[in-house]
Design a protein around this ligand. Sequence first.
Ligand code: HEM
Ligand SMILES: [Cu+2]
Length: 567
Amino acid sequence: MATISRPLPGLDLKPRSLRVSDYLRWSVDHKIIGVQYMSLAIFGFIVGGILAMMIRWELLTPALDVMADGQAYNQLFTMHGSVMIFAWIIPMMAGFGNYLVPLMLGAKDMAFPWLNAFAFWLLPPSMLLMFMGYFAGQAEAGWTSYPPLSTLYSMDGQTLWALALHLAGISSILGAINFIVTIKNMRPEGMGYFQMPLFVWAVLATSIIIVMATPFLAGALTLLILDRVAGTAFFDPARGGDVLVWQNVFWFYSHPAVYIMVLPGFGILSEVLSVHARKPVFGYRAIALSSMGIALIGFTVWAHHMFTSLQPQLRIPFMITSMIIAVPTGIKIFSWLGTIWGGKIHFRTAMLFGLGFLSMFVIGGISGVMVASVPFDIHVHDTYFVVSHFHFVLYGGAVFAIYAGVYHWWPKITGRMLDERLGKLHFVLTYIGFFFTFFPQHFVGMLGMPRRVAVYAPEFQNWNVVISLAAFLLGISTFVLLYAMVVSLVRGKRASANPWRALTMEWATTSPPPASNFYGDPVPFKDPYGYGTEAAFYYLEDLERRYGKPEDAPAPVGKAAPQAAGD
Ligand code: HEM
Ligand SMILES: [Cu+2]
């Protein structure tokens, strides 16, 4: 029978209490670094969200009547997209990985704690550089920064934007190297690769993509900066350069980058659905290997972003690879449905966002297969159909997964519970706001409304009013979460070591964990998704004898807690 580490007699199991100031300075503790990433990312989300609200405010009418001019509108969506990708989703997923991976492996920390802190502290200056662009003429060529607009016609903020992405890229690569080495070398006795939690698999696949793809972004940015400040002509057709070189190299990074954003979300889903449905994961190996499949095939599809500028003979091959990548993603979706099928589903907020992800991401996946088909894509390229597609996969996918992760691991990270009633309000407002912001964009896109314009044909106004009002509701929903977080930190119910009665190792210690993560050397439970098995039952009982039952958090060691109606 599985055992857990027995805390030394008399050891004070009091969860570690940390002050805000602990998070504002250099620390090599992966838990502090994880929270630093997530806090910075949440700040990025708020900024990116405010920019999104301004976009929707402008698009309430067909005329340009909010922003000063077209250039200001270009700067608005450029920063919205850049901030949401590089200052919200990528750092937020790195935060989850940093906080959870060592705990899930039963390790005291990452392989390279100093490098871990260094990688994080490259991000605040990167964000600063990006925002400093507002004082130098902000970047205005979209988050895709296509030349010649980004080289010959943009102001100095475009150079700062490129330098900011350089720093963010270095931070990302250093972080990924740390994850790969930690996952390879720091698994405990008895935890082979196929005994690892699926979140760890997802982080491993993501890190491999980061290490392989990000150097291409660095290369493209270097050429762009040289064209801007050193008079080279890599992307200047008039002097023998070629703008398509940028598009190819940029998208060779940026398509895999969409998996850098969503793969960790897939990992979160596997954890949340299994724990809150009390069922083993269906198709563990299929899910684990499909993450690797996505990492690999993800490098063969980039030119589907360039169907309108690509040599015609190359379109079909990229159409085929882009459709193939739906297969490993589909394997995950069906495995997740198999996981919750017949489960005893607890409709806690974490689970609601997990189910929300499933429904919304599948819509994004279907429109993904649609835009992968050349004839259809040529019709909807650069329209709101595309804007809708990537928000369904990035917001409906990655952000919904992030929300599920926040509600699932908040008790472990903070030692406090989030209010479930506020959580459910947050979910309902988000779900309705999200759907009516982005689903109608399919229609206006297919009817021909182009993206990246502030002035549009009047016949699109009715739908844009619906879209903008829904977007404002989506904006409000975010504040419900922020309010719930503050209330929880100030006066939330204390959390036990394992409020969801989960089997992965981050729950086999106090909430929050001590500086050394565990008391003694933790022994992994052999099947991290063995819900419903006898062994799991005794393992959880043993854990609760040590750290207390969910409802009486935290209970000192050995004190018999009143029997709760377990599941
Ligand atoms: C808060 C809700 C959000 C709303 C209302 C919103 C709205 C929009 C709109 C209307 C555009 C098109 C602007 C145009 O082409 O003129 C846009 C572009 C974009 N959005 Fe969002 N968005 C939201 C959240 C997000 C999130 C979470 C991401 C995650 C990555 C994201 C990433 C992007 C990107 C990459 C672009 C393309 C920018 C460009 O054209 O260069 N958005 N958004
Ligand atoms: Cu793509």
